[in-house]
Write a protein that binds this ligand. Structure first.
Ligand SMILES: O=C[C@H](O)[C@H](O)COP(=O)(O)O
Ligand SMILES: C=C(OP(=O)(O)O)C(=O)O
Length: 522
């Protein structure tokens, strides 16, 4: 990792045990620019989410040592070993000059929606490909993935009676962390595939060389994807009046499909009734939807080159996506990823397996969200069903006892991967069991299950076993198209949404019974 000169005016700044020294001292202590940024951050956050300010570290001190490049001083895990530094610099320079893909105001809106998920006033459905790919890039695939997420949102909203916040693993979900650096096939060993933004999936020495120009291709594909998603979200396609038209091929043939059409019909009738009552069916609430994009904040050259200072607030936003999350393999407290993520103002997530202990989690949360801003931090649990029952309670209790506000989300995919007949797969029953355990634990503790995070697609793939579509081991080789991990197909994803909807409905009923008047007003 090369050392960088910090382009901040300023003072000596502590950073994870090391000290950075700005090159053009402003002779102020602490640096005025940083003070201003801290002040603006407090001001803007207050306006958005009415945060509960606890006596955590002061924001200005917290951000004092931060800069979009400060991560370079620390160990960055899971980064490619680029062979041509000049080519990397060229690619990073190109992206640095490109327009941002998302806007700060959109990120702030998402943060306020996620704050509602933390309190049970909304529910997050986050999903999409394990790894977006260059070769499978197509408008129809984007539409189908978006459409199944719309359907899932309708089902969960119908059950839970709360708004569903829709966030795609899309328009940037290219880089993959890997368990092993090398992969062996037929006795031949090559570097692992790390996602299309880094190297190629083909098992050849040439394809596996990390190519920096892939960063530029990924940026362009993300821009085109987002452009289409914005069109779908606001151009009429996602309007609630089209709820009956979001048909997918399997729907007439499957129980989930028929159950969805049943709900869609009831939604349609409700809308007709409201229109008869005088509702204007042309308002944005009826014709548009909010849709956000997210990806793992893994490839730090890409993320930092898209990090821009917001002129309204003076805050830094990683403009590669609305929400970024830190993966299970890169969440070291003293690592480069946590250093980068603590300074960006986007809503962020962190993946958590059973390897996390409660004290560590509390420290990590304090580092990533020192002002305890609701909606800022989503903790995405991924352990496997049994481990969730055994480990999640003490994590939730430690966080609750420390007064930290986070949005708890369940990723039932990554703790349930197994190898069957030579394929990486996941069993639908195990995935559902993990979601069930997640809801049960929160119910027992009186805390809030805030959302679900899925690797899924709108395509009719055969990558995960079971579910209503009864994918068998012998089906795996039929339509196994993922570039990395197995995804739920559209039917399985919808089935999961029905399960989530049923749990949200139960929760709603329990709350209504306990507080009838409040529920009535709600
Ligand atoms: O999607 C997540 C990870 O990149 C993936 O699970 C790693 O898979 P591996 O264990 O085959 O490297
Ligand atoms: C790599 C991922 O997850 P995790 O960090 O939880 O393994 C992922 O969600 O793509």
């Amino acid at each position: 990792m090369q050392a960088v000169d910090l382009p901040l005016a300023g003072c000596r700044l502590p950073l994870g045990g090391t000290r950075l020294v700005c090159k053009s001292p402003c002779k102020q202590s602490p640096c005025r620019r940083q003070q201003t940024r801290g002040f603006l951050r407090q001001k803007s956050i207050k306006a958005i989410a009415e945060p509960l300010i606890l006596p955590f570290e002061k924001e200005s001190e917290h951000l004092a040592a931060w800069h979009p490049q400060s991560w370079r001083q620390l160990k960055a895990h899971q980064q490619p070993n680029y062979q041509d530094e000049n080519k990397l610099k060229e690619a990073v320079d190109i992206i640095s000059r490109m327009p941002p893909l998302v806007f700060a105001g959109e990120c702030r809106n998402l943060q306020s929606r996620l704050a509602k998920c933390a309190t049970g006033e909304a529910f997050l459905v986050q999903g999409g490909d394990c790894a977006e790919s260059f070769s499978q890039f197509s408008a129809n695939r984007i539409r189908d993935s978006f459409r199944v997420q719309l359907q899932m949102a309708v089902v969960a909203m119908f059950g839970g009676g709360v708004p569903v916040v829709k966030v795609g693993r899309m328009a940037g979900q290219f880089a993959k962390p890997r368990s092993a650096d090398m992969e062996t096939l037929d006795g031949k060993e090559l570097p692992s595939y790390r996602g299309d933004i880094i190297n190629g999936q083909e098992f050849t020495p040439e394809a596996r060389v990390p190519d920096p120009m892939r960063l530029v291709q990924a940026y362009n594909q993300a821009a085109a994807t987002l452009n289409l998603l914005r069109g779908f979200a606001t151009g009429g396609y996602a309007g609630l009046q089209r709820v009956m038209d979001w048909n997918l091929d399997f729907m007439a043939k499957s129980d989930e499909g028929r159950a969805y059409m049943d709900i869609a019909k009831r939604v349609d009738e409700a809308i007709q009734f409201m229109v008869a009552c005088g509702l204007d069916s042309h308002t944005a609430i009826m014709t548009e939807t909010e849709y956000y994009v997210s990806h793992e904040c893994l490839l730090l050259d890409y993320e930092s080159s898209l990090t821009r200072e917001d002129s309204t607030t003076g805050l830094w936003y990683d403009c590669s996506g609305h929400m970024l999350w830190c993966g299970e393999r890169t969440r070291q407290l003293d690592g480069a990823h946590v250093e980068f993520m603590r300074g960006i103002a986007n809503p962020i997530g962190v993946k958590v397996s059973d390897k996390m202990d409660p004290g560590q989690l509390v420290s990590l949360i304090a580092t990533l969200n020192p002002q305890n801003v609701p909606g800022r931090l989503t903790v995405i649990i991924r352990m496997g069903a049994e481990k969730v029952r055994a480990n999640l309670p003490r994590l939730v209790e430690a966080v609750r006892n420390s007064g930290q506000v986070v949005t708890w989300v369940c990723d039932p995919m990554h703790g349930n991967t197994e190898c069957v007949a030579g394929y990486k797969t996941r069993r639908f029953d195990n995935i559902r069991a993990e979601v069930e355990a997640f809801f049960d634990v929160h119910e027992e503790l009186g805390t809030v299950p805030g959302g679900i995070h899925l690797e899924m697609t709108g395509d009719d793939v055969t990558e995960c076993l079971g579910g209503g579509s009864s994918i068998l081991e012998t089906d795996l080789n039929s339509r196994y198209h993922t570039h990395c991990d197995p995804r739920l197909n559209a039917e399985q994803a919808l089935e999961m949404a029905f399960y989530v909807g049923s749990r949200l409905a139960e929760r709603k009923e329990k709350i209504a019974k306990a507080t009838p008047r409040a529920a009535l007003l709600h």
